[in-house]
Ligand binder design. Structure first.
Ligand code: SER
Length: 432
């Protein structure tokens, strides 16, 4: 099943269960000062969960554009390194606003996964919040999940909150064993977290509103908020080990191969030494390009422009970070605008805003890339000279990181990212 079919299959399934299909909200939240970017499908429904707003429907389903690059949910540092983290991703979700609760959420999820997606039950695992006896019973009774495949975890894993405040509640996640030796599956193996068990769907049983002082107030009516990573499910259904090998992300990697003449190997997601292993560094760079081009194209389409603070600075950081990785692939000229064009071609069918903004995206991204070209090379040369002067394993002095920031336009996270190649960190205190 290709990404596009998967997106439709999910929405259709929930439409057939009485859910209203609602469009994704923009990446820039419209009415929520607590959020820089949309980071989950439930964001646009926050007031419905809180009981502060009513609509004509009490069940909805969406495919939501998400960006996890700031605040409570930030995956930037994992991008390129792991097989499955992104800044930009699409979250498929179904929601109940005081309508159904745990039982139906579990029944729907199991039906979709086992009968529409046809995932073999003997590769599925479920986690529940450690105090949620009811959820465990429902998984056994309604879905027929074997008790030994249900794992209880604490708050860090199985209690979901949108941010420091707002709707939250215990959750239950479905995982898929993607390893090559199904007979070795075990609870211990699951808990070892070695990448063989992939979490792909989070069912949140929304029950509370968290206030700034941490108090949990019960919501007017218990509700449901689920989120499935589209890229993760695509990789499972396409028999791939990594999201980057699915049809949703692969096209930009292929473009990078074409432009650079290097082959993408992709093989390992165990972090390796970037300096000792240039082929690995190039794989990371191609994955960063695939990720950041999506985030960039969608941000520009939703009205964000590179700038020196707030959302604009996030966009600038993404473009500059991608440009730095481009150097690893030997790109001395702008390339990200072309990668964005590939994204528009691949995703513009579902997201009309991308197609509508095609020219603006190209213009804005190319201009930002050009602006950074000159100082990028001199900054990288300076960085390398400064690193040579340092004692073994000493961090880069804050003053140098600041000079790079102030004079060469290197956002701090770009300097830190570049320093990974030298196995060094930045003296943060000094920088501040
Ligand atoms: N809000 C939950 C999450 O982001 C489920 O959609 O994981």
């Amino acid at each position: 099943m290709q990404g596009t079919e998967l997106r439709s299959a999910y929405l259709e399934f929930f439409r057939s269960k009485g859910h209203q299909v609602v469009s994704s909200s923009p990446l820039v939240p419209q009415n929520d000062p607590t959020l820089l970017f949309s980071n989950a499908g439930m964001n646009q429904f926050k007031d419905l969960f809180l009981g502060a707003e009513k609509r004509s429907y009490s069940r909805a389903t969406t495919c939501q554009k998400c960006l996890r690059i700031s605040g409570k949910h930030n995956d930037l540092e994992n991008v390129g390194v792991t097989a499955r983290h992104h800044t930009f991703f699409e979250m498929l979700g179904n929601f109940s606003f005081g309508d159904y609760f745990k039982a139906d959420a579990i029944t729907f999820a199991w039906e979709l996964v086992t009968t529409v997606f046809k995932l073999p039950e003997d590769r599925l695992w479920v986690t529940v919040y450690e105090k949620d006896d009811e959820a465990e019973e429902l998984w056994v009774k309604l879905a027929g999940v074997k008790r030994e495949r249900i794992i209880r975890l604490g708050e860090a894993d199985n209690f979901w909150a949108m941010g420091d405040t707002g709707p939250c509640g215990p959750c239950s996640e479905i995982h898929y064993y993607i390893g090559n030796e199904p007979h070795t599956q075990s609870k211990e193996g699951f808990l070892r977290d070695d990448g063989s068990y992939l979490e792909f769907w989070n069912l949140v049983f929304m029950q509370y509103d968290r206030s700034p002082d941490g108090t949990l107030t019960p919501l007017p009516k218990p509700s449901v908020d689920t989120g499935m990573g589209l890229e993760r499910m695509a990789s499972i259904l396409q028999g791939k080990k990594a999201n980057y090998d699915s049809d949703l992300l692969r096209p930009v990697i292929s473009l990078c191969e074409e432009l650079s003449g290097f082959r993408y190997d992709g093989g390992s997601y165990v972090p390796r030494d970037l300096r000792a292993d240039p082929a690995y560094a190039r794989d990371v760079a191609m994955r960063v390009a695939a990720d950041h081009s999506r985030a960039t194209a969608f941000l520009v389409a939703d009205g964000v422009r590179p700038g020196s603070d707030g959302r604009g600075y996030v966009l600038r950081r993404l473009i500059r970070r991608a440009a730095r990785h481009g150097r690893v692939l030997g790109f001395t000229e702008p390339f990200l605008y072309e990668a964005c064009d590939t994204v528009i071609r691949e995703m513009g069918g579902h997201y009309g805003e991308l197609t509508a903004a095609r020219e603006t995206i190209e213009k804005v991204v190319l201009a930002e890339e050009r602006k950074f070209q000159e100082t990028l090379d001199s900054g990288l040369a300076l960085l390398s000279r400064e690193v040579e002067k340092l004692a073994p394993s000493a961090p880069l002095p804050g003053a140098v990181a600041f000079l790079l920031h102030d004079t060469y336009g290197f956002p701090l996270d770009l300097t830190e990212d570049a320093l990974k190649g030298y196995g060094r960190a930045v003296d943060h205190e000094g920088f501040r």
